[in-house]
Design a protein around this ligand. Structure first.
Ligand code: ADP
Ligand code: MG
Length: 401
C-alpha cells in the first residue's frame, strides 16, 4: 500500500482526528454487536500509547441530515469506555464552537467522541466548509473506517484534503491497512490454488466482482440466489426462484468465458413457499427439476460435497455471499457447511460482504478465518478494482504530492 499509516507518523503531543466505523447495531439503547468498536481499538490504543490525544468520529444509522435522538453516539461511548478502560468524553455535536473548545483543551491520553456526523446534511454532501470545520479539530487525520471508505463523504474524503491543505498528515489506521492488505493480496498476488466462492441474492450487485475474480482465480464456485440466474441462462425452468431477468444475458456470457473454472450447484433445496418464521415443506432436486411454484433456497448435500472437494488443496479462498437463505435455519445448511469447510483448510481464508461475515460469526468459527472484512460495500467495490475515495485522499507514502 502506498498510503501513509499511523506507523509513519509521530502522534506525540498531537490531537488525532480519527474516522472510525462505529455504525453498530443498537437495541434498547445498547450496542448489541461491538465487533466494529473492537476492530478500531488497536489504532486508538496506538495513538494514546504514543502520546497523542484522540478525537473519534463516525456516522451511525441513517438520520438523513438531522438530529435523531435514538441515533446519538451515547451507547457507543459507554461500550468504548468499557473496552478502552478509560473515560471517553462524548460531545453533543461534531462541529461548532463548543466542540472546538473541547478539542482544543485535550491533553495527551484523552479521548473524545464526536456526535453522529450524519446529523449534518453536509456530511453526505461532502461539503468542503464542513470538512474544513472537522479538520480544524485536530492536528492530523487518521482514517480507520474501511466500511465507509467507498463513500466520498466529508468525514472520509473531504476532511483528508482539508487536513492536508492546512499542513497536517492524513493516514490510514491499522484496520484500514489490514483490510486493504488482505483484500489486495487476494486479488493481486494470491497463493495458488486461489478459489473464490460467490453467493448471495443478486448477480447485478456483483457483476464487476465476478468478472474480476473469474480472471484471477483458479476456480469460482457459485451458490445462493445468484446461481439461479446462471441456471436460467442454461435454459432451466426456475419456478418461483429469485432470478434476475436483466442479468441472464450477462450470466450467459460469464458461463462462456469461465466455463472450465465455474462450478455451479449440482443439487438444490427447494420449497413451495418463502420461509417466514415457520418451517416450510422442502425437497432436494437437481437444478433443472424445479417444479412451477417452487423456489431454490439453498444448495443441496451433493453440492456441499462437490464444493468441499473443489476447495481441497486451496491456498487462498475468498468468500462473498451466503449459499442460501441462511437467515432461516432450514436453509442455512449450505452456508454453514461452507464455513466449516473453510475453517478446516490450511489456507488464507478471506470473507467479504456484510451477510457472509454475519453468517461466519453465527457459525461460531470466525476465529478460524484469516480475515473477515468489516466492510460490506467497501470490500465489494475494492474487489471490483474500484478506487476507494476515503483511501485515495490519504497522504502518499513516498513523498510530496
Ligand atoms: P453479502 O452481504 O455477504 O455480500 P448479499 O447481500 O449479496 O451477501 O446476499 C445475502 C442475502 O442473499 C441473504 O439475505 C440471503 O437470504 C440471500 N440469498 C441467498 N441465497 C438465496 C436464494 N437462493 N434465494 C433468495 N435469496 C437468497
Ligand atoms: Mg448484504
Amino acid at each position: 500500500m502506498n498510503k501513509k499509516t499511523v506507523r509513519d507518523i509521530d502522534p506525540s503531543g498531537k490531537r488525532a482526528l480519527v474516522r472510525v466505523d462505529f455504525n453498530v447495531p443498537l437495541a434498547e439503547g445498547k450496542v448489541t454487536d461491538d465487533t466494529r468498536i473492537r476492530s478500531a481499538l488497536p489504532t486508538i490504543q496506538h495513538l494514546l500509547d504514543h502520546g497523542g490525544a484522540v478525537i473519534l468520529m463516525s456516522h451511525l444509522g441513517r438520520p438523513k441530515g438531522k438530529v435523531v435522538p435514538e441515533l446519538r453516539m451515547d451507547p457507543v461511548e459507554a461500550r468504548l469506555a468499557e473496552l478502552l478502560d478509560r473515560p471517553v468524553r462524548k460531545l453533543d455535536d461534531c462541529v461548532g464552537t463548543e466542540v472546538e473548545a473541547a478539542c482544543r483543551e485535550l491533553a495527551p491520553g484523552q479521548v473524545v467522541l464526536l456526535e453522529n456526523t450524519r446529523f449534518h446534511p453536509e456530511e453526505r454532501a461532502n461539503d468542503p466548509a464542513f470538512a474544513a470545520q472537522l479538520a480544524a479539530l485536530g492536528d492530523l487525520y487518521v482514517n480507520d473506517a474501511f466500511g465507509s471508505a467507498h463513500r466520498a463523504h466529508a468525514s472520509t474524503e473531504g476532511v483528508a484534503h482539508a487536513m492536508r491543505e492546512k499542513g497536517g498528515e492524513a493516514v490510514a489506521g491499522f484496520l484500514m491497512e489490514r483490510e486493504l492488505e488482505f483484500l489486495s493480496r487476494a486479488v493481486e498476488n494470491p497463493e495458488r490454488p486461489f478459489i473464490a466462492v460467490l453467493g448471495g441474492a443478486k448477480i447485478s450487485d456483483k457483476i464487476g466482482v465476478i468478472e474480476r475474480l473469474l480472471e484471477r482465480c483458479d476456480r469460482l464456485l457459485i451458490g445462493g440466489g445468484m446461481a439461479n440466474t446462471f441456471f436460467q441462462a442454461m435454459g432451466f425452468e426456475m419456478g418461483d426462484s429469485l432470478v434476475e431477468e436483466e442479468a441472464v444475458e450477462t450470466a450467459r456470457q460469464l458461463l462462456k468465458e469461465g466455463q472450465s473454472r465455474l462450478v455451479l450447484p449440482v443439487d438444490v433445496v427447494i420449497a413451495d413457499a418463502f420461509p417466514e418464521g415457520e418451517p416450510v415443506e422442502s425437497r432436494v432436486v437437481a437444478p433443472d427439476q424445479v417444479p412451477p411454484g417452487w423456489r431454490v433456497l439453498d444448495v443441496g448435500p451433493k453440492t456441499i460435497t462437490t464444493f468441499e472437494s473443489a476447495l481441497g488443496g486451496a491456498r487462498t479462498v475468498l468468500w462473498n455471499g451466503p449459499l442460501g437463505v441462511f437467515e432461516a435455519p432450514q436453509f442455512a445448511k449450505g452456508t454453514f457447511a461452507l464455513a466449516k469447510a473453510l475453517a478446516r483448510l490450511d489456507a488464507t481464508t478471506i470473507v467479504g460482504g456484510g451477510d457472509s461475515a454475519a453468517a461466519v460469526r453465527q457459525s461460531g468459527l470466525a476465529d478460524r478465518f484469516t480475515h473477515i472484512s468489516t466492510g460490506g460495500g467497501a470490500s465489494l467495490e475494492f474487489l471490483e478494482g474500484k478506487s476507494l475515495p476515503g483511501v485515495a485522499a490519504l497522504s502518499d507514502k513516498d513523498g510530496d504530492e
